[in-house]
Design a protein around this ligand. Structure first.
Ligand code: SF4
Length: 233
């Protein structure tokens, strides 16, 4: 169906209302979860609106153990089946044979290649057949996300709808929801992490640092995006 929102939802509205609208409006809709705090909120909301909601995650092959533990906790708490999507093994083999397993340290270009092979391409394959996907993007996470709308047509993925119910939320709102609803959250937040991706590419942040400063922290002047939500022009 069309990705046009009814007027009351167009102005950011209530995240739960946006999510409910998406789950009702599209034939096949999936939550794409990284199991960061925003994923915790979305899965909790969605499981109450639609038990058995589809959840998909990208297992890059380099995730921290704590992310796999979160998948187990979410499965147990909500009874949802989490579709775990892996990269193409031939693409990974070719990439690491040519560039090493730690290629992301060699250059921003090779880091983006790794993110493409392990994240963006598997997601593109996994989204085939869906009409909409739900993401935990928030505008305040970083400048490249400042224009995020609650719903958009995703031309990168065949024109399906991309829904971001938390687009207008602050980090404080996310954590207030988690505590109020006693939602399970990723263990690395207790160790100073403020954004969580692959193990070798994420570190804890210091007080006052940007929320995503711990991602690919060795890169200077590069945008801290993996390529799923932003492409280098
Ligand atoms: S975050 Fe690091 S390990 Fe993960 S896909 Fe990107 S470059 Fe590769």
């Amino acid at each position: 169906m069309s990705a046009l929102l009814p007027t009351p939802l167009a102005l950011d509205a209530d995240a739960e209302a946006v999510l409910g609208w998406a789950l009702e409006s599209f034939r096949r809709v999936v939550i794409v979860a990284s199991f960061q705090a925003e994923s915790s909120v979305l899965i909790d909301m969605a499981a109450r609106i639609r038990p058995g909601v589809e959840v998909l995650t990208l297992d890059t092959g380099r995730l921290p153990q704590e992310t796999h533990d979160m998948i187990d906790r979410v499965r147990a708490r909500y009874g949802v089946q989490v579709q775990v999507v892996a990269p193409d093994p031939d693409e990974v083999r070719e990439m690491v044979t040519a560039n090493g397993t730690n290629l992301f340290h060699s250059s921003p270009e090779l880091r983006r290649l790794c993110c493409s092979v392990r994240k963006s391409r598997p997601l593109a394959r996994a989204l085939r057949g869906y009409d909409a996907w739900v993401t935990g993007l928030r505008r305040s996470q970083m400048a490249t996300r400042a224009a995020t709308t609650v719903v958009a047509t995703d031309d990168e993925h065949g024109g399906i709808a991309k829904v971001a119910p938390l687009a207008a939320w602050s980090s404080d709102q996310v954590w207030a929801y988690i505590h109020e609803h006693e939602v399970p959250y990723h263990a690395l937040y207790e160790r100073g992490y403020t954004s969580i991706g692959c193990a070798p590419c994420t570190r804890a942040t210091e007080p006052g640092e940007d929320e995503r400063a711990g991602r690919w922290w060795w890169e200077q002047g590069e945008v801290k995006e993996c390529g799923i939500h932003w492409r280098k022009p």
